[in-house]
Design a protein around this ligand. Structure first.
Ligand code: KG4
Ligand code: ZN
Length: 342
């Protein structure tokens, strides 16, 4: 049985995993770097140094927990982009060194591909399908006709969806990461309190834009005399509701376009850190206009950054005979089609 070892260090989660060829997670250790909280966002230099220190602890722990030895690993892989270059260098260099030391193959993995494959942990993937990728750095819609083949249909032209959650949270004094905080506060808020804009609503293309909503929230916050809990709850609910309206409208639009092209979708996956949001999940599942589709999600704990999804992307490549891509290209905002590898 092929055993895969993986490292994920693209942002502020340091994660290692050992996964078998059936996609079973034998061990995963994920460490959330809390030192960024006081800065209200991720500090790249702090993140890279923390990855280096944390990996030296959690890699041996992962092997110890499983009673496996480095020589038991058949494939090594790491997130090699997109992400913060310091973290990518640390994780990729360590995993690649382990591969070289044991004479085994190293697969550089695109971070987005990890998210895209993550619903395969708890679902059988069917094709063609639509994938909505919602993270702190990306907001993209993909059509996937067969394994390892992702066609980018649309994406954000400014802020990413998770970034907008984080920025709005910061505006009302909530800690980073803002997504879970907004979700919690919104439970008690009235989503009709503030009318926020719906950017690109009448545009034909299927791109997203979130920076206008953040600006609208900042103007409301500036005018507000007392930033109390009730105000925060109402802002959180109004903002979250608008975000949901935007992504549902966009999915409806893209499905209509695909239908016109005679591409019949049944499964829609929603992946990435923001896909952990229960209100978003419930809104898609209960949208009347989307009731003929089947929504699939990764397990909540595998929505955010984790090494297991990187191992799963590696396993898919290995299974489908896709050779590791080893040329160098390091740009921060790559889509899945521009393989970006250290
Ligand atoms: O996928 P991810 O862990 O990292 C990136 O690849 O960017 O996504 C992180 C983003 C952050 O912006 C965070 O605020 C957001 O996911 N997030 C959420 C929730 N949990 C995490 N956004 C909304 N609701 C949540 N429950
Ligand atoms: Zn991510």
């Amino acid at each position: 049985m092929t055993i895969i070892f993986s490292i994920e260090t693209s942002c502020d989660e340091t994660s290692v995993a050992i996964v078998n060829e059936l996609g079973k997670i034998i061990c995963q250790i994920t460490f959330n770097q809390l030192e960024h909280k006081k800065f209200g966002g991720v500090v790249p230099e702090i993140a890279s140094r923390a990855h280096l220190q944390i990996l030296q602890k959690i890699i041996p722990s992962c092997f110890k927990k499983t009673n496996l030895n480095i020589s038991d690993i058949d494939l090594f892989c790491a997130t090699s982009g997109p992400g913060l270059i310091g973290g990518l260098l640390v994780g990729t260099t360590i995993a690649k060194s382990m591969a070289i030391g044991t004479g085994k193959p190293f697969y550089p993995i695109n971070h987005l591909e990890g998210h895209l494959i993550s619903p395969a942990f708890n679902n059988e993937l069917k094709f063609p399908s639509l994938i909505l990728l919602l993270t702190g750095g990306h907001t993209q819609l993909y059509l996937t006709k067969k394994p390892n083949d992702y066609e980018l249909l649309g994406e954000t032209i400014d802020d990413a969806i998770g970034e907008s959650f984080d920025k709005v949270a910061k505006l009302i004094g909530l800690p980073y990461p803002g997504g879970p905080e907004i979700e919690k506060l919104a439970l008690k808020g009235n989503s009709n309190t503030y009318a926020l804009p719906h950017p690109l609503k009448n545009k034909k293309n299927i791109n997203f834009s979130f920076s206008g909503i953040k600006t609208a929230v900042s103007l409301i916050v500036k005018k507000q005399k007392k930033i109390d809990r009730k105000f925060k709850e109402n802002i959180a609910a109004s903002f979250q509701n608008k975000i949901i309206e935007i992504i549902i409208t966009k999915v409806e639009k893209v499905l209509k376009t695909l239908e016109e092209k005679k591409i019949n979708i049944y499964d829609i996956s929603i992946v990435g850190g923001v896909a952990a949001n229960k209100k978003i999940r419930n809104s898609f599942s209960s949208a009347q206009s989307l009731n003929k589709y089947n929504f699939i999600y990764p397990p909540i704990e595998l929505c955010g950054d984790n090494a297991a999804m990187i191992a799963l992307a590696c396993q898919q490549k290995y299974k489908n005979n896709v050779k590791p891509n080893t040329h160098f290209k390091a740009s921060p905002r790559l889509s899945i089609n521009e393989m970006n590898i250290l």
